[in-house]
Design a protein around this ligand. Structure first.
Ligand code: NAD
Length: 269
């Protein structure tokens, strides 16, 4: 039985993660963490998630529940995630990181822990999105150098703070990798004014922020005479939360290392 602690239990993903962990027969909801000094410390985490009392009270530091859990699930902010990663390294814990919007420097810091912590780090934990990444790799390889323009369009709710989404970037990196291109060189994230025609090798990104959209990504491969679109639509945060709990279970007994959802789902040949 994997003992799971969830950081940010009062957040959008935190509440959904409590639901997902509660539904998983092989996981125990062991602890929930709220920000230091939060008035929600002491509240029942089941109550926070709208499930009724689960007999686990929220604490406002990892130190307060260090003996209670094996795997931490963290969907917060880059700064908080890196602090929690350091805690996991010091205390022999595993971690599932869903936080997006990390800078290159922050990703390098995260990567520096790969020898000391078993971690799954993925900008999107949904099974469907991770399968979509595989489809995109195949499509990019077949079409990307044959005159098909590649564009990524993503839509999310009005509260999302980073853009483009971590998932859109991962899609771009996956396709660029399949084509031997560097996304830093060929990614185009803004078109405004007299920006001229697109180049053959660029991978364009467009962002929509509106209402309560959970997360939608379309990748377009367009050429003269036809257009292929591969779309994934998340209709509930539960898809991410279930993936994260599955990742937490999968980490049990794994050696230190940085893993992705493709490892968890065994999508690599
Ligand atoms: P949110 O703002 O609703 O939740 C974040 C929570 O973290 C808040 O409740 C906040 O109080 C809490 N928090 C902040 N600092 C803390 C600390 N020091 N200790 C404990 N808790 C702390 O945001 P959200 O919509 O839940 O998204 C969180 C992150 O997860 C974002 O980066 C988002 O992009 C990402 N996300 C990833 C996936 C995925 O599949 N990987 C899916 C959805 C969202």
């Amino acid at each position: 039985m994997t003992r799971i602690a969830i950081v940010g239990v009062a957040g959008r993903m935190g509440r959904t993660l409590v639901n997902a962990a509660e539904q998983d027969a092989d996981a125990t909801l062991a602890a929930g963490i709220v920000p230091p000094g939060s008035s929600l410390a002491g509240a029942d985490i089941g109550e926070l998630a709208g499930l009724g009392s689960k007999g686990v009270t929220a604490v406002d530091s990892l130190a307060a529940c260090a003996d209670d859990f094996d795997v931490l699930i963290d969907f917060t902010t880059p700064e908080v995630t890196l602090e929690n990663l350091a805690f996991c390294a010091e205390h022999g814990k595993s971690i599932v990181i869903g936080t997006t919007g990390l800078s290159d420097d922050e990703i390098a810091t995260l990567d520096g822990y790969r020898e000391r912590v078993p971690m799954v780090f993925a900008p999107n934990m949904s099974v469907g999105v991770n399968l979509t990444l595989k489809l995109l790799e195949t499509a990019a390889r077949a079409l990307g150098d044959e005159g098909y323009d590649i564009e990524v369009i993503e839509s999310h709710h009005r509260h999302k703070v980073d853009a483009p989404s971590g998932t859109a970037l991962k899609m771009g990196e996956t396709m660029a990798g399949a084509l031997g291109r560097d996304l830093k060189e060929h990614g185009v994230f803004e078109r405004v004014g007299q920006c001229g025609p697109r180049s053959d090798k660029e991978i364009g990104f467009a962002t929509v922020r509106a209402g309560d959209i959970v997360g939608e990504h379309t990748v377009m491969f367009a050429t003269e005479g036809e257009r292929i679109e591969i779309t994934h639509k998340a209709s509930s945060r539960m898809t991410f939360a279930k993936g994260a709990v599955r990742a937490a279970r999968w980490l049990t007994g794994k050696p230190s290392g940085r893993y992705g959802m493709d490892d968890v789902l065994d999508l690599n040949e």
